[in-house]
Design a protein around this ligand. Structure first.
Ligand code: CUA
Length: 355
C-alpha cells in the first residue's frame, strides 16, 4: 500500500508550516471574536428598536470602525514582518541544496553537490549541465530582455559548473535539517508548495527564487504546483519523503549510482532504445543525452508516476505508456499504442527494474 501523503498546512511537519498554522489560528480566533461581537450587537439592535444613544453610536463607529481595525491590522502586519528576516536568511553553509525546476507538468529535481549532499563513499556518478540545459535555464521564453525583469536576476542562475544528481517528481529530505531550495521554471510560471512543510514560492522563467524549509517530522507529504500552468496543472504533484539522515544518505547514495546495464532485463532495454525513449529520457548508464522528459535512472523506486498522477505499479505503467494523454491531457509523452502486449510487458519489467 502506498503511504497517503499529508497535504494539510494545519498539520505542520516543518518550522515554516508551524508559523503559518499559528498565524492561521490567531486570525481565525480573532475573526471569530469580532464576528461574535458584530452578531451580538446586531441582535441587540433588533430587540431594542428605537433606542438610540448618539454618544454610544459615535463611540462604536469610531472605536469599532477605525481604532480597533487599525490596531489589529498593525499587529498582524508587525507579526508578519517579524517573520520575514528568518524566512529570508539562507540555510547555513553546508546545508542540503536542492534545485527544483517546474516543467509542464512535472518536476526536475537536482541535488547539488555540496558537503551535506555527499553521502559516504562509493562509485559516484554526477553530471554536468549540458549546453541544452544551460540554454533552457537562461533563455527567457517571453523573449524579453533580462533588464525588463522586476527585481534582481539572481546570480545563482549560473549553475553550469555545478555538479548534481538528477531525479524527478519525488523529493527526499533528511529530518531536522534546513534545506535550501533553488526554484526555477523551464517554461511558464509554476509555484512550488509543500503545505505540510512551509509556504509556497513561485517558479519564474528566467530567474531563481529561493526557499528554505526545515522538516521536523518524518513522513510522506504531498507537494504540488500552486499556480495554474495549463491543462494538466492539477496533475503536477510530487511526493516528499522526509526520513532520518542515515536513510536519506542511503537513498542519495543509490541515486548517485548509474543503472547497472548487465542486471537489467535485456528485451525491455533493447526496446527502450529502439522505440526512441532515449530521445527524451535519460537513464544514466544506458542513455545519457536527453533531458526533455523526467530522468528515469531509478524510476522503479518511485512511489508514483506521471508526477503523482497515479501509483507506480505495472498496470498503471502499461496504461501510461499506451496513452499518457488519456491520463494526463496534453502531456508531452507520446502514445505507444502500437506496442504488442509482450513488448509492453517487457518495457514495464525493464522500467520496474530501475531501482
Ligand atoms: Cu505547474 Cu501549475
Amino acid at each position: 500500500m502506498l503511504p497517503t501523503p499529508s497535504q494539510s498546512a494545519l498539520d505542520p511537519a516543518g518550522t515554516g508550516a508551524e508559523s503559518i498554522a499559528t498565524l492561521f489560528w490567531w486570525m481565525v480566533s480573532g475573526g471569530a471574536l469580532i464576528w461574535a461581537l458584530v452578531i451580538g450587537l446586531s441582535v441587540y439592535a433588533i430587540y431594542h428598536p428605537g433606542q438610540h444613544d448618539p454618544k454610544l453610536t459615535r463611540r462604536l463607529v469610531i472605536g469599532g470602525g477605525a481604532v480597533f481595525p487599525t490596531i489589529v491590522l498593525t499587529a498582524l502586519l508587525s507579526y508578519g514582518l517579524s517573520m520575514l528576516p528568518e524566512l529570508q536568511r539562507p540555510a547555513p553553509d553546508g546545508s542540503l541544496v536542492v534545485e527544483v525546476s517546474g516543467v509542464r507538468w512535472w518536476w526536475r529535481v537536482r541535488y547539488l553537490q555540496s558537503d551535506a549532499n555527499v553521502a559516504g563513499t562509493g562509485e559516484r556518478l554526477t553530471q554536468q549541465a549540458t549546453s541544452d540545459q544551460e540554454s533552457t535555464l537562461i533563455d527567457d521564453p517571453g523573449g524579453r530582455d533580462d533588464s525588463s525583469f522586476a527585481g534582481e536576476v539572481n546570480p545563482d542562475l549560473d549553475v553550469r559548473s555545478v555538479e548534481f544528481v538528477e531525479s524527478a517528481n519525488e523529493l527526499h529530505l533528511p529530518v531536522g535539517e534546513p534545506v535550501e531550495f533553488k526554484l526555477l521554471s523551464e517554461d511558464v510560471i509554476h509555484a512550488f508548495w509543500i503545505p505540510a512543510l512551509g509556504g509556497k514560492v513561485d517558479m519564474m522563467p528566467g530567474r531563481v527564487n529561493r526557499l528554505k524549509l526545515h522538516p521536523t517530522r518524518e513522513g510522506t507529504y504531498r507537494g504540488l504546483c500552486a499556480e495554474y500552468c495549463g491543462t494538466s496543472h492539477t496533475q503536477m504533484m510530487f511526493d516528499v519523503i522526509v526520513h532520518s539522515r542515515e536513510s536519506f544518505d542511503q537513498w542519495l547514495l543509490n541515486q548517485e549510482m548509474a543503472a547497472d546495464v548487465d542486471r537489467l532485463p535485456e528485451q525491455g532495454l533493447a526496446l527502450f532504445k529502439s522505440i526512441g525513449c532515449g530521445a527524451c529520457h535519460t537513464i544514466r548508464g544506458v542513455v545519457e543525452a536527453a533531458s526533455v522528459g523526467p530522468e528515469l535512472t531509478h524510476f522503479g523506486s518511485r512511489l508514483r508516476l506521471g508526477a503523482s498522477a497515479m501509483a507506480n505499479n505495472e498496470e498503471n505503467l502499461r496504461r501510461w505508456i499506451r496513452n499518457a494523454k488519456e491520463v494526463k491531457p496534453d502531456a508531452a509523452m507520446p502514445s505507444f499504442e502500437t506496442l504488442s502486449d509482450e513488448e509492453l510487458n517487457a518495457l514495464v519489467e525493464f522500467l520496474g527494474a530501475l531501482q
